[in-house]
Design a protein around this ligand. Structure first.
Ligand code: ADP
Ligand code: ZN
Length: 686
């Protein structure tokens, strides 16, 4: 046997643990954090791997260990805090360590020849602007946070338009002055030029932006700019966390409540939680910001784990918009109103109440802008045969097809398309009817009601890439667009001076989703959407307006949102969650069982549940673990895969983690053709 040292290497393969390799005699010693190439499997196959350290355990004498092939000298050695973070991610989210480690490297090799183009924002130095005078609330918050140089978590809870972004800019300025770098995470959708320009006007070309629309080359170049210190502020979506830039002095997570911080595939990490852990390992402050903090974060603030910094008013005492709730039931039931409506409002489509209609007219007359929001795309959600009751469903997914323009029926999950037939394909007699509403229908109806006004639509059908979103934003900024219709795409972080009226066409859409966070999501959406209205009204001017149409005016999310009462909402919702031991009181872990044959999926789900039950009954430390299910997932079939789920609830993340690992065991009991996917702290329960 060789005397050479042995190394633990996290190889880029679906293996739960690191592998042990020998050091070839002609290679010098390695260090933890280095990238190497190692042989893997049969033949001459090789793959990348991250050195985790010397292997200290005894390897059986007869084990034939392969040797590390070479060191990849092009890449920097990952720092100790960063490697610890990678290990934490793999362990906490139960995901192969080598796969996690690979996320720390750029997609392509370093480009040696000088670069011609660089899409990162470069602002001529004369356009660099000096910061505005801070408001008292802003100054207090910046002073408090900048006292901290080591790990400490801060929640900046400020109403929409209170100037949170300005706080981030000031904090980053201090970080840069100390010769350090900073990371700012934002939800992908708000990573618009509007935001990047705002940072660039302050920090010039020190900014690097990493988002999903970069080419591999651009992403690689940005990565090296950060690694080699040419840029020192990284703004990006959640994946930006994986860029191992040196000397990080602060991490900021804007809109920390955003569900899109959770990755829904592969490594199912939560960008915010991962950011807090990274800050902990790096030992730097972390700042989370929101007008509607997630209940997880809010509870941490209440428990004193996060320091709370509150901003109660908008910048320059701009008023918050007034929120009017219109009860759609009254519109239907009141005889009197119906009489009136018949004469005066006979031209209105069913989704538009006289209240909202008149406010739109008034706003347009003042040359201001209107945004109407509906979280449904297309023309109608349901195609039904009145003769036999047949509804058109996607053949791959357990979901109704949505009607779009030109009689296209589309599945919003797998993109299956078909043409709407006139007659029911089932009974061959009934004429198919469309029921429901969507953004396309609103757009069509508005065009008829307000001829001569420019109406634009922002949803995933209309806006498919960044440049389309950028065009839309600039047309909103210049005032070219009069009415914007959109899905939640337009609820996020946008700042349009002339936007004075926000209408929520049907607030009820989100109320009844089979998700314990449905009420929280509705509150967030209503508040964030309202936050787009009247952001620039001057003191004394009429505040912006918000009109919410609903069949459930007494819904908690609406009552509290109307009063702008996040704290009241949170305390109400926290007590409901506590009763059921749902997060943030308890912890959740989900198993999804999927496969192409329903009976196999179902029996695998039962097998899994049986294993979980017996584990629970065998070990006292699992006594308090609750097992929910197995049950068909709300989306019982998706892209041709049948889906079951099993949820486990507990009080401690660590005990759920070991419970899940033990339930899975060595996995050789899993029937072939079945995949079981673990989701720690699941957000998407569909
Ligand atoms: P938030 O992120 O809290 O919604 P923003 O940071 O976008 O709020 O600020 C709202 C608006 O107020 C922006 O147009 C911003 O430029 C402006 N603003 C922020 N701070 C100040 C300040 N101290 N003085 C003047 N304007 C400010
Ligand atoms: Zn489908």
């Amino acid at each position: 046997m060789s005397e050479a040292p042995l190394w633990k290497v996290a190889v880029d393969a679906p293996l739960p643990e690191a592998l042990t390799y020998a050091q070839a005699p002609d290679l010098t010693s390695f260090r933890r954090g280095q990238l190497v190439t190692v042989p893997l499997g049969k033949g001459n196959r090789s793959t990348k791997g991250l050195i985790l350290g010397r292997c200290t355990s005894v390897v059986p004498n007869n084990a034939k260990l392969k040797s590390i092939l070479h060191l990849d000298q092009d890449y920097p050695t990952l720092s100790e805090p960063f490697v610890k973070w990678i290990e934490w991610l793999s362990n906490y989210y139960i995901y192969p360590i080598g796969r996690v480690a690979q996320l720390a490297y750029p997609p392509l090799r370093k480009q040696e020849k000088p670069r011609k183009s660089n899409r990162s924002p470069v602002i001529p130095s004369e356009q660099i602007e000096s910061p505005p005078l801070m408001t008292e609330e802003q100054a207090r918050c910046v002073n408090a946070i900048s006292q901290f140089k080591n790990f400490s978590s801060h929640l900046v809870f400020g109403v929409t338009g209170s100037g949170k972004t300005e706080i981030y800019l000031r904090l980053l300025e201090k970080v840069l002055n100390e010769g350090k770098s900073g990371v700012v995470l934002v939800p992908e959708i708000s990573l618009t030029p509007q935001l990047i320009q705002r940072f660039a006007r302050r920090f010039g070309d020190k900014i690097a932006a990493i988002h999903s629309q970069l080419t591999d080359r651009e992403r690689t170049n940005q990565w090296w700019d950060l690694i080699e210190g040419r840029k020192s502020i990284l703004i990006g979506a959640r994946s930006a966390l994986f860029c191992p830039l040196p000397n990080v002095g602060m991490i900021i997570v804007d809109e920390e409540h955003e569900p899109s911080y959770k990755q829904d595939e592969k490594l199912k990490y939560h960008g915010r939680d991962a950011a807090v852990m990274l800050a902990k390992f790096i030992d730097c402050p972390i700042v989370l910001g929101s007008a509607t903090p997630s209940l997880e974060t809010w509870k941490n603030a209440l428990d004193g784990k996060y320091q709370l910094h509150q901003l109660k008013s908008r910048v320059a005492n701009r008023a918050l918009p007034t929120i009017t709730v219109v009860d759609l039931r009254d519109q239907k039931s009141s005889e009197e109103l119906q009489q009136q409506s018949k004469e005066k409002y006979s031209n209105l489509p069913f989704w538009l109440t006289p209240t909202l209609y008149e406010k739109i007219q008034e706003t347009l007359k003042n040359n201001d802008q209107v945004a109407l929001f509906l979280n449904r795309r297309g023309v109608a959600q349901m195609i039904i045969c009145p003769a036999c009751g047949h509804t058109r469903e996607c053949p791959n997914c357990d979901i109704n097809l949505t009607l779009h323009a030109q009689s296209h029926l589309i599945c919003h999950y797998c993109d299956y398309h078909e043409n709407l037939k006139e007659h029911c394909p089932d009974c061959k007699e009934g004429h198919l009817e469309a029921i429901g509403l969507g953004t396309e229908l609103l757009e069509k109806d508005l065009a008829k009601l307000f001829p001569g006004h420019k109406i634009s639509r922002a949803d995933r059908d209309e806006i498919q890439n960044r440049s389309e979103l950028e065009t839309l934003i600039s047309e909103m900024e210049t005032g070219e667009i009069d009415i914007l219709v959109g899905t939640q795409m337009i609820a996020k972080g946008l700042d349009f001076p002339k936007l004075k009226l926000v209408g929520l066409v049907l607030a009820d859409v989100g109320f009844n989703l089979p998700d314990f966070r449905a009420t929280e999501r509705s509150f967030q959406l209503i508040t964030q959407m309202s936050g787009r209205s009247g952001r620039h009204v001057r003191e004394g001017e009429d505040p912006g307006a918000v009109i919410v149409q609903t069949f459930n005016p007494e819904h908690e999310s609406l009552i509290f949102a109307q009063k702008n009462d996040f704290i009241g909402f949170a305390s109400h919702e926290l007590s409901t969650r506590a009763q059921l031991n749902y997060p943030p009181s308890g912890k959740l872990l989900g198993f999804r069982i999927q496969g192409s044959k329903l009976s196999n999926v179902e029996s695998a789900a039962r097998l899994l549940s049986k294993r979980a039950q017996s584990l629970k009954s065998q070990f006292t430390q699992y006594q308090r673990v609750e097992i929910l299910g197995p049950a068909e997932a709300p989306l019982a079939k998706l892209r041709g895969q049948f889906r079951f789920h099993l949820l486990i609830k507990g009080n401690q993340a660590s005990s759920l983690n070991s419970f899940a690992r033990q339930t899975m065991g060595d996995e050789d009991w899993v029937p072939s053709g079945i995949r079981i996917i673990i989701d720690v702290d699941p957000i998407n329960l569909l």
